[in-house]
Design a protein around this ligand. Structure first.
Ligand code: NAD
Length: 387
């Protein structure tokens, strides 16, 4: 048996931000908190939301005291702020960092205690209600946060999550027009993040027919368009494919889970403040190379979905070719292909392996069980550049 969970309402497609006003009307909100990052406000992206809301008599507050890969303290401060005011709707606008904070603030506005109390690894409290309504509007094509029930926070040496279906958006609005301003480096990192979601969902032990369909279509769209989106950011078709692919990948991994790549990426992000997409991207070929034997048939399918025909290749040969294709893709979008390329010192590998081993919930979805020695071997390969 498989349980599938989807956000109640989603809009996708160029210009679909025009659905915001009707959705706000349906939610009967009046006092609206918009959570976004300061750079997006400076870019003027918030105007596209705020103007129509103000013109229609809504009261809005824009909160920008946030940062990429948000540390726990930023979450605590935002939740305190949200509790003090009487908002009746939270809108998140931005990449995964802003969206994760928006859902956290919306839910914890109606709870007691600290954010830390609700963390997955160390928290002691459970969420009791869905809090304020939330509308999530991504401006990166990466995390799929607009359709997941996860909020990720950075801790001192790793990352942890608050996760519950109460964190699901009431409405997701996925308008690729909002991603046109993404610089190549962020397009690359977030795009490979989305690809990683789709690939890990497809090889997950929890995969099912529905998540398979979502994941394969996401792999096709993202691998077909990521190079164009990175090198020609104004290309509307590539931006649309990336947005839709990232949304589908979000639905896939939310329902099937991610695994080894994410478990190893979290400590990299936590300890070295490497962007989440970059952490996933540098590890993707090495983790897939290591677990290859446990999912050869699925890797053959991934290769086909990437538009590289596996033809008459055996499953084993196709799985090797898939690893090569992933390595090539990461290089083509100019992401360093080794840990050394991110200035990770060799001495850090042991601690990274210790921390990744603690991500038991995520590791449980890997088609190949990954113990501490496996995890160390993968980090070592990623350090040396030997898939
Ligand atoms: P991000 O939100 O941190 O944004 C990265 C950078 O891109 C920021 O500097 C931001 O200002 C800029 N940016 C965003 N949109 C832009 C635009 N349209 N134009 C120009 N610049 C823009 O990046 P992200 O990768 O989207 O999110 C990363 C966070 O999401 C991490 O904390 C990660 O752990 C988390 N995450 C959450 C989920 C989930 O399901 N909730 C899944 C994966 C990752």
């Amino acid at each position: 048996m498989h349980k599938l969970t989807f956000t109640p309402a989603s809009y996708t497609g160029w210009g679909c931000l025009n659905q915001l006003l009707p959705e706000v009307e349906k939610l009967k909100a009046n006092n609206i908190l918009i959570i976004t990052d300061p750079f997006l406000k400076k870019l003027g992206l918030t105007d596209h939301l705020e103007k129509p809301l103000l013109e229609n008599g809504y009261s809005t507050t824009i909160y920008t005291d946030i940062a990429p890969e948000p540390p726990l303290a930023i979450g605590e401060k935002l939740v305190e702020f949200t509790r003090k005011h009487h908002f009746d709707l939270v809108i998140g606008l931005g990449g995964g960092s802003a969206l994760d904070l928006a859902k956290l603030a919306a839910v914890l506005a109606t709870h007691d205690g600290k954010v830390a109390d609700y963390l997955n690894l160390t928290g002691t409290k459970s969420l009791e209600n869905k809090g304020l309504p939330k509308i999530l509007i991504p401006t990166t094509s990466g995390t799929g946060s607009e359709v997941t029930n996860i909020s990720v926070l950075s801790l001192e040496t790793t990352k942890d999550v608050v996760t519950h279906d109460y964190l699901l958006a009431d409405v997701a609005i996925v308008d690729p027009a909002l991603t046109i301003s993404l610089p190549p480096k962020v397009t690359a990192a977030t795009g490979v993040d989305a690809l990683t979601h789709a690939i890990e969902a497809y090889v997950s032990v929890n995969a099912n027919e529905v998540t398979d369909a979502l994941a394969l279509q996401a792999i096709k769209l993202i691998s077909g368009s990521i190079r164009t989106a990175v090198h020609d950011g104004q290309n509307k078709q590539a931006r649309s494919d990336m947005s839709y692919g990232s949304y589908l990948a979000g639905l896939a991994f939310f329902n099937a889970g991610v695994a080894g790549v994410h478990a190893l990426a979290y400590p990299l992000g936590g300890q070295f403040h490497i962007a989440h997409g970059d952490s996933n991207a540098v590890l993707l070929p090495y983790v897939m190379g290591y677990i290859r034997q446990s999912c050869e048939k699925r890797m053959k399918d991934i290769l086909d979905a990437m538009g590289i025909s596996s033809g008459y290749l055996s499953q084993e040969d196709a799985s090797y070719k898939c690893v090569d294709a992933l390595k090539q893709l990461v290089q083509d979008v100019n992401i360093p292909s080794t840990l050394q390329g991110f200035n990770i010192p060799e001495i850090a590998l042991e601690q990274l392996a210790d921390d990744a081993t603690k991500q038991t919930r995520i590791l449980a979805r890997s088609p190949m069980p990954l113990k501490r020695e496996d995890i160390y071997t993968i980090y070592r390969a990623a350090f040396d550049g030997e898939v």
